[in-house]
Design a protein around this ligand. Structure first.
Ligand code: NAD
Length: 496
């Protein structure tokens, strides 16, 4: 398909929008059409963007926090006013349903709201008289130029996890969105410019490995926030820290949902179906494996299979909305299908089969129907690898201990959930399970803006997580000031 007539995605450097022709195609996954061309970028753009951010830093750092917050109050308003346009863009370039795009944008907006509270969040501690006549206080000061590198699966929410709080703290920023979904990032940056952000404070560059590596090694970059797959997260963490940067790098996941025999069946089916198939399974918090304990499988599976088969799949870029959209690309669809086939060839049973799905109204789109694979064993490739598609594995467990042990053997540690009516089972699970975000009768325990997004193990590389107070700590450095004033008391001003 020709890509010559589609618009080029602009960069935004030092307050200037610039189009560079040539690049990689951006697809509408609902139809397979090329909708834009994303520049590949290189060291020249990175240098210009980092220099612009470094130049803007001193004035922005000295802007009072309350004035910085006001920019985000205006930004919040502008996002609300352009909500539908932003959601349509997310659905068009990513393939989420409009309802899913709205949900994810709300989650992003909460981070803007959190950033509006920055004057209180930046307050330090103080203690009078740490020694006679000596007072001590802490200040949270910004770092300088920070960088955000984001994945394809949340084109609005993940960038909004990063730059609002980083900027509200007084840093300047360079955003590098996924080359698969760069268009929503352009809208987000345009709106912040409109909200009155000074020139150079936020910059936008595009590209893949070359641009990322130039950002990771640039001497003026102080901190890097990354969200994406585990191998790249590890690379970002290792390269960034080796070059003296502070790094928080969220990686991939494989999240387990334990279903106890006493779980409420209709509610569990609803939650599990949405955890596994929501956003076509392209969520780092997707509940991709059900660990059914004892009789739970027989109680649950008939209704779960029925629910999966009832999910209407189709294009998300038009007025009539499906229940589930496409996955991001043709190669990704093929990978999902081959992982299901690998499970089948290793002895698992496909009990809801979305592989042959036909979407006549959009034959060029990248569709996989909701799929459930029963009898998955821990050593199967399907059990170990992140599928990132609408596929739910079912692993049958004898008891809660076995379920917790299975979940804890995972290399990842993002989310885990239990469905039960037993407080004792829930307590045991939340205490012992090896995951940073835990749900009790909550299928997708993704945290909101005021709490950190606490992946563990191979789901996170770094010390301070994204969001919440940890996010503020990540984007600031503490200064502790101890003060003593000299005077003999005779002739001191207050005595005159
Ligand atoms: P990805 O790792 O392929 O890409 C993420 C970013 O890294 C993109 O901006 C991309 O341009 C860049 N990149 C890709 N290859 C690179 C390379 N070789 N060197 C340097 N940079 C490179 O991830 P994706 O496919 O866009 O997103 C899906 C993944 O993200 C899944 O694994 C998912 O679990 C994960 N994810 C994790 C979280 C979380 O919070 N833990 C949230 C969302 C998504």
């Amino acid at each position: 398909m020709s890509t010559t007539t589609v618009p080029a995605v602009p960069t935004f450097i030092a307050g200037e929008w610039r189009k560079i022709s040539g690049g990689t195609p951006v697809f509408n996954p609902s139809t397979g059409e090329v909708i834009a061309e994303c520049p590949v970028g290189g060291a020249a753009e990175v240098n210009a963007a980092v220099e612009a951010a470094a130049t803007a830093f001193p004035a922005w750092r000295d802007t009072p926090p309350i004035e910085r917050a006001r920019v985000f109050f205006r930004y919040r308003q502008l996002i609300e006013e352009h909500f539908d346009k932003l959601c349509a863009c997310v659905s068009r370039e990513h393939g989420k349903t409009l309802a899913e795009s709205r949900g994810s944008l709300f989650r992003g907006l909460e981070n803007v709201e959190y950033a509006c509270g920055i004057p209180s969040l930046l307050m330090g501690d103080s203690l009078e008289n740490i020694a006679r006549g000596v007072d001590c206080e802490t200040h949270l000061q910004p770092l300088g130029v920070c960088v955000g590198i984001t994945p394809f699966n949340f084109p609005a929410m993940v960038p909004l996890w990063m730059f609002p709080v980083a900027l509200a703290c007084g840093n300047t920023f360079v955003l590098k969105p996924s080359e698969k979904v760069p268009l929503t990032a352009v809208l987000l940056v345009e709106l912040l410019e409109k909200a009155g952000l000074p020139t150079g404070v936020l910059n936008l560059v595009h590209g893949g490995r070359e641009v990322v590596d130039a950002l990771l090694t640039h001497p003026r970059v102080r901190a890097i926030s990354f969200v994406g797959s585990t191998p790249i997260a590890r690379h970002i963490y290792e390269t960034g820290t080796r070059h003296g940067k502070r790094v928080q790098a969220n990686g991939g996941a494989k999240n387990y949902i334990v279903v106890m025999p006493d779980a409420d069946v209709p509610r569990t089916v609803e939650s599990l179906s949405s955890a596994a198939f929501g956003c076509a399974g392209e969520r780092c918090m997707a509940g991709s494996t059900a660990l059914t304990v004892g009789a739970a499988a027989d109680r649950l599976l008939p209704s779960l299979v029925e629910a999966a088969r009832a999910i209407r799949v189709g294009p998300t870029d038009r007025a009539t909305q499906p229940d589930m959209g496409p996955v991001i690309s043709a190669p990704h669809r093929d990978r999902v299908l081959s992982l299901v086939a690998s499970g089948e060839s290793e002895g698992a049973r496909v009990i809801a089969d979305g592989r042959g799905i036909r979407v006549p109204e959009a034959p060029g789109g990248y569709y996989v129907g909701a799929t459930i694979v029963d009898g998955v064993q821990a050593d199967m490739t399907l059990a170990r690898e992140e599928v990132f598609g609408p596929v739910l594995n079912v692993m049958r467990m004898d008891d809660l201990d076995a379920a917790i042990e299975t979940a804890n053997r995972s290399a990842f540690g993002n989310g885990a959930a239990i469905f039960t009516n037993s407080g004792k089972a829930a307590r045991e699970f939340k205490h012992r399970v090896k995951a940073g975000m835990v749900g009790i009768n909550v299928g997708v325990p993704a945290t909101m803006a005021m709490f950190p997004f606490t992946g563990w193990d191979e789901s996170f590389f770094g010390d301070l997580h994204i969001q919440g107070r940890e996010g503020v700590q990540f984007y600031t450095q503490q200064k502790v000031v101890s003060t003593r004033w000299f005077g003999d008391g005779v002739g001191d001003v207050w005595k005159k």
